[in-house]
Design a protein around this ligand. Structure first.
Ligand code: ASP
Length: 265
């Protein structure tokens, strides 16, 4: 028996205290609480880690203040294109989607890729075709739209930058969850709108297994930050590899992986 554990994130980065009012903080916390409750309810009733991370991420995608699902950031062309992935550490099976649109919960489509196809990653039009085949309903653009994200895009275009959500005034971004269930099975899930003002069909680290998401028998990793660096350093797998081949603890492996990232950055 293992001790069930669940950890979630709603995007890392520097939270500027002066921009965070008590009301806003309470709002963010309610979103995080809902995700913890959803995941924990599953773990607490002997459910598996995979279902727990999925349930937690669904809640975070539904919450408009995070950069995933509803409230995702905008591309340069004013679209909301989302990436997501999920991995079961006990079987090393995974599913992910990239550049999907109008889907309430991209993480559920990732799970369908894992459960119902022989593939790992589906992108763009093909992913949307698969969603239709699987009976996923599309939501109108207005479901995903938030004024704050739209303003972020206008600011990023004016400043000529591709912007990490973390550097925005309301610095809460990509979402993710990792869990260990009572059987000791580990799982990870991550979902994002990517970076504000991204262009040319840019896909980040989130749907790339090993870069933004990874789980095996030793650890479960969900990354948030500038995706290009995680892709170059294959960060999520880097943590797992350092544990496996160097026999490091999770803390030490993560510290080394992050130190390596800063060398690249
Ligand atoms: N990692 C995400 C990406 O680059 C962004 C984020 O974590 O906010 O797409």
């Amino acid at each position: 028996m293992a001790r069930p554990t669940l950890a979630i994130h709603g995007g890392a980065g520097t939270v500027v205290k002066s921009l965070m009012t008590a009301e806003l903080e309470a709002e963010y916390r309610s979103g995080l609480d809902a995700a913890l409750t959803a995941g924990w309810t599953i773990l607490d009733s002997s459910g598996n880690a995979l279902d727990a991370v999925q349930a937690a991420v669904v809640e975070l995608e539904d919450f408009p203040l995070f950069n995933a699902g509803r409230g995702a950031v905008f591309t340069h062309d004013g679209r909301q294109e989302m990436d997501a992935s999920i991995m079961d550490g006990s079987t090393l099976r995974a599913g992910s989607v990239a550049e999907v649109r109008n889907l309430k919960n991209p993480i559920l489509l990732s799970r369908a890729v894992m459960d119902k196809t022989v593939h790992v990653l589906l992108a763009g039009e093909g992913a949307m075709k698969f969603a239709a085949e699987q009976g996923f309903r599309l939501e109108p653009d207005k479901y995903f739209f938030t004024e704050g994200r739209w303003q972020q895009l206008q600011d990023a275009i004016a400043a000529g930058r591709v912007q990490l959500d973390h550097t925005a005034p309301k610095p809460i971004g990509t979402v993710g969850a990792v869990a260990c269930d009572a059987e000791g099975r580990l799982a990870a899930a991550t979902s994002t709108g990517g970076m504000t003002n991204k262009k040319f069909g840019r896909i980040g680290d989130t749907p790339l297994i090993g870069a933004g998401t990874y789980a095996n028998e030793l650890c479960a990793v969900s990354a948030t930050g500038h995706g290009e660096y995680f892709m170059l350093a294959v960060t999520a797998y880097d943590v797992a590899a350092r544990m496996k081949y160097k026999n490091l603890s999770l803390n030490d492996a993560a510290a080394e992986a992050i130190a390596h990232l800063t060398e690249i950055g």
